[in-house]
Design a protein around this ligand. Structure first.
Ligand SMILES: Nc1ncnc2c1ncn2[C@@H]1O[C@H](COP(=O)(O)OP(=O)(O)OP(=O)(O)O)[C@@H](O)[C@H]1O
Length: 455
């Protein structure tokens, strides 16, 4: 009730026109208007088309884009620029991302109750300009769990668990399919944990069994041929920080026993050494398969599973996160376009349908790659209206060459020397082409220093 008392005096001055077909939505909005004590008119689309100018400052509609287009054309034909702000109610969140030429001030997903309607209207009207129909979201600083793209229930649940766990120094297992965002979650937990130490990544799938002890526990000089210097292990490096055991489901049983001891006693003895060292760290482990299942199949030690699984968070597959797909995709389109100073492609309903109907076996990683290809115009992921291929063969070849350069530079993190080697062209020739396509600034430092660092 406090909320209503607070906003009512301000909203009393608001004039709303409802042009709403859905009876249910109409009654909710009427109730909302009553709560707001706003001045309300109700008009059908036909009534509106019969008028010479739009009637109120705020026009609330639930019409399709076609009818809205007719409406706008009608007022344009009258020689008047409609000054009314249109708020469109939509059924599904992703419809908001369909860009069009209709000047819609904002889109709201059907509010569930009158109070919610008051809340969204108040917020929108106050924060003008909230979102234009054409411009994608400015999102360069959004964290991975921004409300903008955590809309689905399974992901919201995962994020709320991560929020709870972030400052609890307990070991955590992240479960999820490839590319779903386990690494992202682990880094986020570390970054928000408030600890001073490092985030130390151990890729258990890529670690040969024979090197496990040397890598994880460290080595003393002379421990084996080639061990010329003392080298700290990952366990030591993670002191006061986080030890991230990526793909722990791939760790051989023999290594699991050694790891269990080290986790139990929070320390180890370097290979070839005699002194036990202690290390304080939090363990985060990621797995694609449930550890319980691996235990049942005798592929994972039960005691290690119990040791690690103090808490568990499941990062859902993208296919379970339908509501997140379009906002995430728009975020990636923006980011990639900003990174390479390219145009942000438009999306239409067909694109969104395609994005929502794909199975996404590679999850967020695949969606990201899809957005990269889309921005660079490589292998059209969706039909993009208004982005026809360049007319002549020469232009097409040039566009292709530019896209290949951008992709290669990106793959080598902007290192010109590695990119030139990968493309099989001399460095000076790569610089010449980068200059020609105005790519020199876009990829940051391409100095020889940088090139040397990349070796
Ligand atoms: N919430 C998110 N917001 C933005 N980008 C994300 C998000 N989740 C994942 N990504 C991106 O998706 C890609 C894959 O994510 P990540 O490496 O975290 O997945 P993973 O589950 O650890 O994959 P794998 O099991 O194959 O190692 C990365 O490029 C990451 O930046």
């Amino acid at each position: 009730m406090n909320f209503i008392h607070f906003i009512v005096p301000w909203l009393q001055m608001t004039e709303l026109t409802l042009c709403i077909e859905s009876p249910e939505l109409k009654s909710r909005l009427r109730a909302a208007a009553l709560l707001m004590q706003a001045s309300v008119h109700e008009l059908s689309l036909i009534d509106l088309l019969g008028k010479r100018s739009l009637p109120a400052h705020w026009l609330l509609v639930d019409q399709g884009l076609e009818q809205l287009g007719d409406l706008i054309e009608h007022f344009k034909a009258q020689g008047r620029k409609p000054e009314t702000q249109i708020i469109r109610f939509i059924e599904k969140p992703w419809q908001e991302y369909v860009y069009h030429d209709i000047p819609i001030f904002a889109s709201i997903v059907h509010p569930a109750n009158p109070l919610a309607a008051v809340h969204v209207l108040e917020k929108l009207i106050r924060t003008k300009p909230f979102r234009s129909g054409k411009k994608p979201l400015p999102n360069s600083n959004l964290g991975p769990y921004s409300d903008e793209f955590v809309r689905s229930q399974p992901m919201r649940h995962a994020v709320s668990q991560l929020q709870r766990l972030k400052q609890l120094p307990i070991d955590t297992v992240l479960l999820g399919p490839t590319g779903a965002g386990k690494d992202t979650a682990a880094r986020w937990l570390h970054a928000h944990s408030g600890v001073k130490g490092e985030f130390v990544h151990v890729n258990c799938a890529a670690l040969p069994e024979q090197l496990f002890e040397a890598e994880v526990f460290g080595v003393m000089a002379g421990a084996f041929t080639g061990a010329q210097k003392d080298r700290p292990g990952k366990l030591e490096l993670a002191h006061n920080g986080t030890l991230y055991l990526d793909e722990i489901d791939s760790l051989p049983l023999s290594c699991q026993a050694k790891l269990l001891n080290a986790l139990q006693y929070r320390g180890a003895i370097r290979l070839g050494g005699h002194v036990f060292y202690n290390s304080v760290f939090r363990v985060i482990a990621s797995t694609k398969t449930k550890l319980e299942t691996l235990v049942e199949q005798n592929r994972f030690r039960e005691d290690l599973h119990f040791r690690l699984s103090v808490s568990q968070v499941r990062i859902p597959a993208l296919a379970e996160r339908l509501e997140d797909i379009i906002p995430l995709y728009c975020h990636f389109l923006n980011d990639v376009a900003a990174q390479f100073k390219l145009e942000v492609p438009k999306l239409d309903l067909e694109d969104t349908d395609e994005l929502l109907s794909r199975p996404w076996p590679g999850n967020v990683r695949e969606l990201h790659a899809f957005a990269q290809r889309h921005v660079m115009g490589l292998g059209e992921p969706c039909t993009v209206p208004g982005s026809e291929a360049p007319a002549g063969l020469k232009q097409r070849l040039l566009a292709f060459e530019k896209a290949v350069l951008i992709q290669t530079l990106h793959a080598h993190r902007g290192c010109a020397r590695l990119a030139s080697e990968s493309l099989g062209i001399p460095l000076h020739s790569l610089y010449y082409r980068m200059k020609r396509f105005d790519l020199l600034e876009k990829n940051g430092n391409h100095s020889d220093d940088k090139a040397t660092q990349c070796s």
